[in-house]
Design a protein around this ligand. Structure first.
Ligand code: ZN
Length: 108
């Protein structure tokens, strides 16, 4: 278990904890031309390892990652990008709308 940070406004999603609190996810992607290797980032495991208050900017996180495909091929393995994913419909729908969409899908 871990404590999610308090969300304050104006909103700035700048830490791993705030990403989790807002329901965001991230994918780490290799930027080397022709490689395109990517992997979904486990933000909970990363937060336990480096702290939930750690910055979630790519320049602050990229030192923890490398591309295993490029490393095996002997290329530069530290050209890493981060793609953030926000919650999308139907996960992001308000509970009542999500419930009615579920009932429509069920046919009732
Ligand atoms: Zn790569």
């Amino acid at each position: 278990m871990f404590k999610l940070p308090e969300i304050t406004y104006p909103l700035s999603i700048d830490t791993i904890g705030k990403m989790l609190a807002m329901g965001h996810e991230a994918t780490v992607r290799c930027l080397t031309t022709g490689c395109n290797h990517s992997s979904r980032l486990n933000l909970v495991a990363l937060g336990h390892r480096i702290g939930f208050d750690h910055s979630c900017l790519v320049q602050d996180l990229q030192r923890y990652f490398y591309c295993p495909v490029c490393r095996a091929a002997g290329r530069d393995d530290k050209r890493i990008g981060l793609v953030r994913h926000t919650l999308t419909d139907p996960v992001s729908a308000w509970p009542r709308q999500a419930k009615s969409a579920y009932e429509r899908a069920k046919g009732g």
